[in-house]
Design a protein around this ligand. Structure first.
Ligand code: GRF
Length: 209
């Protein structure tokens, strides 16, 4: 049975686009049923519309607090019988309410090799500026299950790339984004095949048959 997927975005949605493209190739046994953004202007909503995927702008100002916001998200997910929630450039905090409703079923893509360059204030270009400033010789991307921390949940996949010492933060971002566009669909594929098991805070990827 194909897994039903909801994707949460806040920005341009290039990670969403890579999922849409890979779904069309039947790369994973899942169907993106819903795209939600907290930002009316995110181009990712347009990407959803272009692909006949239900797209919802959920305005934070309409809700008393983060928990009310996530309760509205949960209602949307239940309406669409969602199995997997993918955070793809989603910049809002996920409350314990949402995590309790979807344990080990929320995954996030982060543009660094966590735990390095993760957590508070490490998002978007800021991540790559910090990587550049530190002069690390590699960077990359991480897909992880979301837990109550920020970028701290059990790691599913990582991929490292060597950094050219002359790459500026914008170039590092471009190169890491290419990795993200491979890594996220692969993590979704593993999830859809029920090959991901979380044991004592670590992810075991079961052998494929
Ligand atoms: C990506 O770098 C993602 O890792 C980070 O925010 C960026 C979102 O890009 N969380 P996009 O909206 O998917 O293009």
């Amino acid at each position: 049975m194909a897994k039903k997927i909801a994707v949460l975005i806040s920005g341009g949605g290039t990670n969403l686009q890579s999922l849409i493209d890979r779904q069309k190739e039947r790369y994973f046994n899942g169907s993106i049923e819903l795209v939600v953004s907290n930002n009316a202007g995110s181009y990712g909503l347009e990407r959803a519309r272009q692909n006949q995927i239900e797209s919802v702008y959920l305005d934070r100002k309409l809700f008393a607090d983060n928990t009310e916001y996530d309760t509205a998200l949960i209602r949307l997910f239940q309406k669409h019988d969602i199995d997997l929630i993918v955070l793809a450039g989603y910049l809002r905090y996920i409350t314990p309410t949402l995590l309790a409703a979807y344990p080990d079923r929320v995954i996030n893509i982060h543009p660094s090799l966590l735990p390095a360059f993760g957590g508070k204030n490490f998002y978007g270009l800021k991540v790559h500026q910090a990587v550049y400033q530190r002069g690390t010789r590699v960077s990359g991307a991480t897909v992880h299950f979301v837990d109550s921390g920020q970028d701290t949940g059990p790691i599913i996949l990582q991929k490292a790339i060597p950094l050219d010492q002359d790459w500026q933060p914008e170039e590092i971002q471009r190169q890491v984004l290419k990795v993200e566009h491979e890594l996220l669909p692969e993590a979704v594929r593993l999830f859809c095949e029920d090959l991901l098991v979380v044991e004592q805070g670590r992810v075991r990827i079961l052998a494929e048959h």
